[in-house]
Ligand binder design. Structure first.
Ligand SMILES: [Zn+2]
Length: 441
């Protein structure tokens, strides 16, 4: 049987300090990718660039003097990331979008590379917007022909720091920017219409040259450029509606756990039964519905960004299905366990990503998701997750004190040990789970 078109989708949400319960910015993203595309977590230290050029997948671009330290969730074959965070509290995630811009014969940047370049080069969300829009104008992105069999597409970006957040949506070399006021969710559909704050200089001319519909006097970017039929039967629109509705309903009371719940979404919109059962494929946590289909949530990130120096930021990271896994607290000030970066094209029992992928597979009966099996697995993770919620907050405060006292070596060591301990707990549980479930089925 022919494999159906892969569901390469994503959802990204943000809540600014005016909408959260503790005055932080909270960012969340589910990266949805081909179901067997391993997406490990990698950490890159601050680097002084020796070379004049940065080699991306298809083009090379001028380097900056320094690449800032960052952590990215990286499809194994790709130079770029689906989402990530850097040493200056900037967090970025992207979305695939469809537009009327025809496929280009010349190579461009890939959306995920732009995520990485934004993290390497910016000290604030505002600065990332400038860097990303300049890169898009100069080098372009979107659909282009290539001989590496890589699926290319236009992109949307959500960029956040402790005080601000921005959405950028694109069409080829054109882009539009909107500053987030309180909460926002984006998905695989353009969301910025005439309500933009900034737009590329050439957007109107490009639209005219392609005979696209133009709303005057202010260009409606989504209506002009978005190919509403291109993205999977309106699933992007449906999922965006879900995330925005959740955020609106929770407004002023949004916290870390609520954003994690949104990423685990399988509910009917009622808070109590969110993530309890597999309704259909339109929920924010994405699973391939049957063995002939493709596309699954590959990795997730929830970042809680503090502007008041009361504690370090905590970046909660999950692999494969967030509704069947666990979010592990990460600190960029320490060394993220190297084991999390293991993983390649083929199944590897040393790779945590592939083990989390096995859990999803073991949750199926004759290839179809099984709520009973899922519920057993969630029960195993629950006490560990609750312990992480408590201990992460404590160490985020303690480590921040060490930072203020300039005891940086001690801070780094304590955070590194903490992350290693948690990761080992998770991996031991994971391996037991894979072993025991494999024996039953
Ligand atoms: Zn799920």
């Amino acid at each position: 049987m022919k494999i159906k078109e892969p569901l390469i989708s994503c959802d990204t949400v943000v809540a600014l300090p005016n909408s959260t319960s503790n005055n932080t910015t909270i960012f969340g993203k589910n990266s949805d990718r081909p179901k067997l595309e391993c997406q490990p977590l990698v950490q890159k230290p601050r680097t002084k660039n020796g070379s004049k050029y940065t080699e991306c997948q298809f083009i090379k671009i001028p380097s900056t003097e320094i690449s800032y330290a960052h952590v990215g969730s990286k499809p194994f074959w790709c130079w770029g990331y689906e989402h990530g965070f850097n040493e200056y509290q900037v967090v970025i995630g992207n979305e695939g979008l469809g537009t009327h811009i025809p496929s280009s014969s010349s190579p461009k940047l890939i959306g995920m590379e732009i995520v990485r370049l934004g993290l390497e080069r910016s000290k604030s969300a505002k600065e990332a917007v400038k860097i990303i829009t300049d890169l898009i104008s100069t080098f372009g992105q979107g659909v282009f022909e290539n001989n590496q069999n890589i699926r290319t597409y236009d992109n949307g970006y959500l960029i956040a720091d402790p005080k601000e957040a921005y959405i950028i949506e694109t069409a080829g070399h054109e882009w539009v920017v909107k500053k987030v006021k309180d909460t926002e969710g984006i998905s695989n559909i353009h969301s910025i219409e005439s309500n933009w704050d900034n737009i590329s200089d050439t957007a109107i001319n490009t639209a005219k040259s392609l005979n696209l519909h133009i709303d005057s006097p202010k260009l409606n970017f989504a209506k002009t450029f978005c190919d509403y039929d291109s993205r999977y039967d309106g699933r992007g629109e449906f999922r965006r509606l879900r995330s925005c509705t959740y955020l609106q309903n929770l407004k002023n009371n949004i916290n870390l756990r609520e954003i994690i719940f949104i990423l685990k979404d399988h509910g009917d919109g009622q808070k109590d039964n969110i993530s309890q059962s597999f309704l259909d494929t339109r929920t924010i946590c994405t699973h391939y519905p049957d063995p002939q289909s493709d596309g699954n949530t590959a990795a997730s990130l929830v970042s809680e960004l503090h502007s008041d120096n009361s504690q370090l930021d905590i970046h909660w990271s999950s692999m494969y299905s967030p509704c069947l896994g666990i979010f592990i607290p990460m600190f960029i000030e320490g060394e993220i366990p190297k084991v999390l970066s293991i993983g390649n094209k083929n199944h590897d029992h040393e790779s945590p990503w592939w083990s989390f992928r096995s859990i999803e597979e073991l949750c199926r009966t004759e290839g179809i998701l099984d709520n009973k099996k899922a519920s057993e697995i969630r029960k195993i993770w629950e006490p560990i997750q609750n312990e992480f919620y408590k201990s992460a907050k404590l160490i985020a405060r303690d480590a921040n004190k060490l930072k203020q006292e300039n005891k940086l070596k001690q801070m780094k060591e304590e955070l590194t040990q903490y992350m290693l301990k948690n990761t080992n707990t998770v991996l031991n549980t994971l391996n037991e789970l894979v072993k025991s479930k494999s024996q039953i089925s």
